[in-house]
Write a new protein. Structure first.
Length: 118
């Protein structure tokens, strides 16, 4: 069976592909901003599944600890969590930190809501 791939658009340029000779000098006065070159790379769906599983396992531990601490502080309950992650050209997932926006970089936004207890 053929392996499935998902194309990931990335700003990462492989070192072997850098030419550098055609790029304008960014310090030239009145030079308009230059957009970063973008490329698409195929990433194995299996690699993305593995990365997502590893990410979720680690975040699960973090959120479990946050829930326990919230309960210690006064019967608080962690009800909803929103995480923004980014996928690089190698299929690695990274949590976007302060100031980073998934919408501007094409990241993935994950919303988790506490399951209703019926």
């Amino acid at each position: 069976m053929a392996e499935d791939y998902i194309w990931v658009v990335t700003d990462d340029i492989p070192e072997s592909g850098r030419s550098g000779g055609n790029l304008p000098n960014p310090y030239t006065p009145n030079m308009p901003p230059v957009a970063a070159p973008r490329s698409s790379v195929p990433v194995s769906a299996a690699r993305l599944e593995e990365s997502m599983a590893d990410f979720m396992q680690a975040m699960g531990r973090v959120l479990k600890q946050a829930q326990a601490r919230a309960e210690e502080l006064g019967s608080l309950e962690l009800d909803e969590v929103t995480l923004s992650v980014e996928v690089n050209g190698e299929g690695q997932l990274s949590l976007l930190g302060s100031g980073a926006k998934a919408g501007g970089s094409g990241g993935i936004t994950l919303h988790f809501k506490k399951a209703s207890s019926n």
